[in-house]
Design a protein around this ligand. Structure first.
Ligand code: IPD
Ligand code: CA
Length: 288
């Protein structure tokens, strides 16, 4: 079992920092949610919104993490990448499920992960050493600790590499032995209209073959739901690194198999999480 990060810090200490910070940001966005949340700006498309609370939450998380560990890098949805010098980077979504937050739907979360190495290589550098100036690469990084805090639901999901996944101190396990026809499958949709058209076509083919589909609206909580057996599987294309960094560790530590749709490393191009028996069957259904 891995008990320390490459710099010698115990993973339990790093998880405690991630959890404390995610809880504090969760209290900020939950207790400070105005009755009417305004859209502060749009990002990749008119449906991809940011509120003042996304920015405030990320500023708080950045401040707390850099105060505690100034040597680490930081990658946040709202403020981007700050290189570090420890080979470790905090990957943060200050509000996952911003559209739910905007509408007052109580499924949103703060996601905080610490990942090792996985720095991107400069173009043409092949397998050379990572460039610390570039953000860490989910195709190569190793999440060490992850915390997904759901302030409205009062649930905090945690995991450390090799140390299992927990919800409120209880160990988590995915569902096993589920057939495709009996599977409750969560998914999500990106903000790009062309991608949504493709995603709708996949849903049209899959829905008649499974128990049912769920679109909760928060990728990190979807993955935690897989970890807890609240759904049997989750898939999505087009996620960003901060959407899944912490929750993939929670899901894998709970026994989920997590890959892309071709069985390779999961990432923006595709992510599928399910128990060992359902995973290959669902993967085939999604590939076809
Ligand atoms: C989004 C949510 C949503 C998923 C989208 C994500 P955001 O994150 O996780 O469930 O379907 O792909 O972008 O924008 O609310 O942080
Ligand atoms: Ca977000």
């Amino acid at each position: 079992m891995t008990t320390t990060a490459p710099d010698g810090t115990p993973l339990r200490e790093l998880l405690a920092l991630a959890e404390r910070t995610a809880r504090e940001a969760g209290a900020l966005i939950h207790d400070g949610r105005p009755r009417r949340v305004e859209v502060a700006a749009t990002k990749s498309s008119p449906t991809d919104v940011v509120t003042a609370m996304d920015t405030a939450s990320e500023a708080l998380v950045l401040q707390r993490l850099t105060a505690a560990r100034p040597q680490d890098g930081f990658l946040g949805e709202e403020s981007g990448h700050r290189p570090g010098r420890s080979g470790l980077t905090w990957v943060v979504d200050p509000i996952d499920g911003t559209v739910n937050y905007l509408y007052g739907i109580r499924a949103y979360a703060v996601s905080v992960a610490l990942v090792a190495d996985g720095g991107a290589r400069p173009p043409g550098a092949g397998a050379g050493p990572p460039d610390p100036a570039l953000p860490p690469d989910p195709a190569r990084w190793q999440p060490l600790v992850g915390c997904v805090h759901d302030p409205a639901g009062g649930e905090t999901w945690t995991a450390t590499l090799g140390g299992g996944a927990h919800l409120g101190g209880h160990p988590l396990h995915v569902t096993e032995g589920v057939e495709l026809a009996g599977a409750l499958v969560a998914t999500g949709f990106g903000y790009d209209a062309a991608r949504r058209a493709e995603q709708a076509a996949v849903v049209a083919r899959l829905l008649p073959r499974v128990r049912d589909l769920r679109r909760i609206g928060t990728a990190s909580l979807d993955l935690c739901a897989v970890a807890a057996g609240r759904v049997d599987a989750y898939y999505e294309r087009g996620l960003k690194p901060w959407d899944f960094a912490a929750a993939v560790l929670v899901a894998t530590e709970a026994g989920a198999v997590v890959t892309d749709f071709a069985g390779g490393r999961a990432g923006e191009h595709g992510l599928l999480a399910a128990g060992g028996r359902l995973h290959p069957v669902l993967r085939e259904a999604l590939e076809s």
